[in-house]
Design a protein around this ligand. Structure first.
Ligand SMILES: NC(=O)c1ccc[n+]([C@@H]2O[C@H](COP(=O)([O-])OP(=O)(O)OC[C@H]3O[C@@H](n4cnc5c(N)ncnc54)[C@H](O)[C@@H]3O)[C@@H](O)[C@H]2O)c1
Ligand SMILES: [Zn+2]
Ligand SMILES: [Zn+2]
Length: 407
């Protein structure tokens, strides 16, 4: 079968690989009808989230049809249409039973304290082969896979595999209550769904920060008040827009590849932190492999965190869903402490949220495809990765169709 394979930092290829097969009784083999590229994949290719095992199939977002069912799976049959949660969880440990699927004790072969197990991730997450492929082995399928009703399309369902649940989880961790003013940093696909989720949870206002005009325009279409951090100082503007108080909640949808401001009134303050950012970059990406405009790590790993803490109101909440790897140890702890901030963070417990969000989509309350900008055959995956990595105008969320050949 065809699959997108990680060979090294800055080196991914569409390869012909062996079909997966059932290994454990609770496995299912799914024939993928939709996959997608995520900001998390970009961290891995840029070298800011790893180490990766060469040969790992990438991708952790998938929708498909059950092809083969292990003996231990009693709730699924061949032919069922399913959405695959990005994280893998056993369903029987105390963490899974409490809804903390991303902290499952059993799914990660590296041990109970090794961190979240997910498809197509770094060595320490399994590694499990991912979902940018024609077929995939899904461990603990009786717990993970969620059946899709006929009226929900693949294009809608692919956004329920990771990014809508993640954004919802981010909004939940932000402790939003009715009327709150929320700032979303990062207007990539996850940020777009964080805006949607914050409003659904009762936010009175949502402010959205990025520097990519097409992403800010999409955020404005979702109802957010947008701030381009290379036109305005994001902290000064947030304080100005909130009567000097700051925002009640912040959701970080940026992660470790954060960029400094390279223009506008915030540039000087970013430049003053250059040495600190370079020290952080050595910690984050000791072996980057940029090629032209591709696969460049962000140049200011803690930039978004610094702005986020400074933008919050006293006693506000910071929710981190942007990914920061185990290797980093920076955070403006003193400022957060002196402001009595609450901080919640982590990987999404996808399986906990998918059924509810699926119902919001089925009933028409949310149409997630408004955020899907590109649908490509998987045979064009590498070009699609390149465009998404460069945040080219209009390239926000890319679906890959594993069964379609390029024209
Ligand atoms: N916690 C989880 O379970 C989980 C799940 C999925 C994705 N994620 C993470 O969420 C993050 C966002 O994912 P995505 O697919 O939207 O990625 P993305 O790379 O498309 O989006 C990131 C956005 O942040 C913007 N940005 C860069 N520096 C900034 C700064 N200093 N201030 C404000 N914005 C800045 C970029 O311009 C970009 O639009 C990634 O870190 C991804 O790994 C986490
Ligand atoms: Zn993802
Ligand atoms: Zn478990």
């Amino acid at each position: 079968m065809k699959a997108v394979v990680f060979h090294g930092i800055g080196d991914i290829r569409l390869d012909e690989v062996k079909d997966p097969s059932i290994k454990d009784p609770t496995d299912v083999i799914v024939r993928l009808t939709a996959s997608a590229i995520c900001g998390t994949d970009l961290h891995m290719v840029r070298g800011t989230l790893g180490p990766m095992k060469p040969g790992t199939i990438l991708g952790h977002e998938g929708v498909g049809v059950v092809e083969e069912v292990g003996k231990g799976v009693r709730n699924l049959k061949r032919g069922d249409r399913v959405v695959i949660p990005s994280t893998i969880a056993c369903g029987f440990c105390s963490y899974c039973r409490s809804g903390y699927f991303a902290q499952c004790d059993n799914a990660n072969p590296n041990g109970a304290r090794a961190g979240t197990a997910f498809f197509g991730g770094p060595e320490l997450t399994g590694p499990f082969d991912g979902l940018q492929a024609e077929l995939a082995r899904i461990p603990h399928a009786q717990v993970g896979l969620v059946k899709l009703p006929e009226e929900v399309t693949d294009d809608q369902a692919i956004l329920l595999s990771d990014i809508f649940p993640t954004a919802w989880f981010g909004a939940e961790m932000a402790e939003i209550t009715a009327g709150d003013t929320v700032a979303v940093f990062g207007c990539g696909p996850v940020g777009q769904f964080a805006i949607v989720s914050a409003f659904l949870m009762g936010a009175g206002r949502v402010l959205a920060v990025d520097r990519v005009p097409s992403r800010l325009m999409m955020a404005r279409d979702r109802g957010a008040e947008v701030i381009n951090f290379e036109d305005e100082d994001p902290v000064d503007t947030i304080l100005e827009l909130t009567g000097g108080i700051g925002v009640d909640r912040v959701i970080d949808c940026v992660g470790v590849d954060a960029e400094a401001a390279h223009a506008g009134p915030a540039e000087k303050k970013s430049a003053a932190l250059k040495e600190e950012f370079q020290r952080e970059l050595k910690m984050v990406a000791p072996t980057a492999n940029p090629q032209g405009n591709n696969w460049k790590p962000g140049d200011a790993p803690s930039q978004a965190l610094i702005w986020e803490v400074k933008s919050l109101a006293k006693a506000g909440t910071l929710s981190l869903i942007g990914v920061y790897p185990q290797t980093v140890s920076f955070f403006p702890i003193g400022e957060a402490m002196m402001m009595n901030l609450a901080i919640n963070m982590g990987n999404c417990h996808h399986r906990k949220y998918i059924p509810h969000l699926l119902e919001l989509v089925r009933s028409g309350s949310v149409n997630p495809t408004e955020i899907l900008t590109h649908m490509q055959p998987m045979t064009s995956a590498i070009e699609a990765y390149r465009a998404f990595d460069q945040r080219m105008a209009g390239w926000i969320k890319v679906e890959l169709n594993p069964q379609l050949q390029a024209a």
